[in-house]
Structure formats: structure tokens, C-alpha cells
Design a protein around this ligand. Structure first.
Ligand code: URA
Length: 231
């Protein structure tokens, strides 16, 4: 069961405020009955009609979260809060994060229940680019650009070519096409630096929505879902 206003907002019929207004004005019916209260709870298989249009409750959900620190990228943990604790209104949708960000990493994380798409996006064969904004301690050297491009040899594997863009002031954009454990931190250690702040700002074709504050999330638009599927 989910609140009617929440469901309609999640599905892109407007902000919570706008859909509440539509409901109060009598534009929405559930299983043949006009509903005027926005906190009315609907079942996922209820027939909802809005402006004479049957609303289809999508099987798959795709959300963009602006991850704060202090949350782990998992569906459950015995000790720590998880990113799922930040997602209200989708409790019954079996969402999971697409890949992982470290507990202290910020930024763009996709959550979905579309296992097939997640698998495709995470497959090493697929080389989905992930761009990070990085702050670090240590001394910048112009050689970083070449070293990252060549593929940094870490203890357990050699990284694929990556892009290092120096922003000055011990800040950089780093783009990698893999997602190995602590990868950016380890790459920076290799060049003698220590990451002090890490934020993912792009995932494949998607950019972190600058309107999303930390801890906030929103459903992906239809266009964004299509772009992801085309990756
Ligand atoms: N690289 C890291 O070191 N940590 C992350 O969370 C993501 C990439």
C-alpha cells in the first residue's frame, strides 16, 4: 500500500503539492471511486484514473539519490544505516543500489529493482564511465594525467585508462570506467595523494541533479531511463 499522492508524484504527475491539488479537485479515481483525500492508500494493482487516463504503475522503479556520507550502499546492514533508509515511499518495491559508493563518498547513486539493467550497467564488459569530483592532500604533478591515462597498476589489478583533469587547488575530476573497491582512493594513493573528499557527479549518461540536496532523491525521467538503457 502506498499513499495516492506519493504514488502519483513518483510517477511524474507533478510535485507532491500539485498532485494533492488534483486529488482535492476530484480529478483522480481509484477502482471506480473518486478519491478526495491525498493520504488515501492504494494497492499497487489498483486501477487509478487521472484526467480520464489510466495510470499504469510501472513494474520497475529508477531513482537518483544524492548520497550523503554515513550511509552504506547496501540493502541491509546490522550496524550502519543504508541508502535504502533514505528512500521513503518505495518500501515494497525491492530496490537496491546500482553498484557501491563508499560510506564517506557523496553523490550520484542509482537505485532500482530492474536487475537486468543493473547487471548490464555494472558489467565490466560495458565500461560505463563514472565521473568523480575529488579533493586530496598531497602534491599535484602534471605527470598524473599521463599516469592515469596509461592505467595505474594496483596490487590486485591494473586499472583501465582513466581521465585526470586538474582543477588546481588540490581538486580534480577523475573519470573511471570500472568500479573496483576504493578504486579512486587507491589510484590517488598510487600517485602519493590522499583523498579527503569524493563525490560522484556523473554515472554514464546521467549527471547528478543540482536541485537534489544531500539525502534527496527523485525518480529518473523517461529520457534518463532511455539513456541508461542505451548505455
Ligand atoms: N572510488 C572510491 O575510492 N570510492 C568510491 O566510493 C567510489 C570510487
Amino acid at each position: 500500500m502506498i499513499r495516492l499522492d506519493k504514488m502519483l508524484a513518483h510517477m511524474g504527475y507533478g510535485s507532491r503539492k500539485e498532485v494533492k491539488e488534483l486529488i482535492r479537485k476530484g480529478y483522480v479515481s481509484v477502482d471506480g471511486e473518486i478519491i478526495y483525500s491525498d493520504d488515501y492508500k492504494v494497492k499497487e494493482d489498483s486501477e487509478i484514473i487521472i484526467f480520464d487516463e489510466v495510470v499504469k504503475y510501472d513494474e520497475f522503479v529508477y531513482l537518483m539519490l544524492n548520497k550523503p556520507d554515513g550511509y552504506i550502499s547496501a540493502t541491509f546492514d546490522n550496524n550502519m544505516p543504508t541508502v535504502l533508509d533514505l528512500i521513503n515511499g518505495y518500501e515494497s518495491r525491492n530496490l537496491f543500489p546500482v553498484g557501491r559508493l563508499d560510506i564517506d563518498t557523496y553523490g550520484l547513486l542509482i537505485l532500482t529493482n530492474d536487475g537486468k539493467l543493473a547487471h548490464k550497467l555494472l558489467s565490466p564488459k560495458n565500461h560505463v564511465n563514472k565521473k568523480y569530483y575529488v579533493k586530496y592532500d598531497g602534491k599535484y604533478n602534471d605527470k598524473f594525467i599521463e599516469i592515469f591515462k596509461k592505467g595505474i597498476p594496483l596490487e590486485d589489478f591494473t586499472c583501465k585508462p582513466a581521465e585526470f583533469v586538474n582543477l588546481g587547488n588540490n581538486e580534480a575530476y577523475i573519470t573511471i570506467s570500472e568500479g573496483k573497491f576504493h578504486q579512486i582512493k587507491r589510484m590517488m594513493e598510487y600517485v602519493g595523494c590522499n583523498v579527503t573528499y569524493l563525490e560522484r557527479i556523473e554515472f554514464g549518461p546521467l549527471k547528478l541533479d543540482s536541485n537534489l540536496k544531500r539525502k534527496e532523491f527523485r525518480p529518473l525521467t523517461k529520457e534518463e531511463i532511455e539513456l541508461l538503457k542505451a548505455e
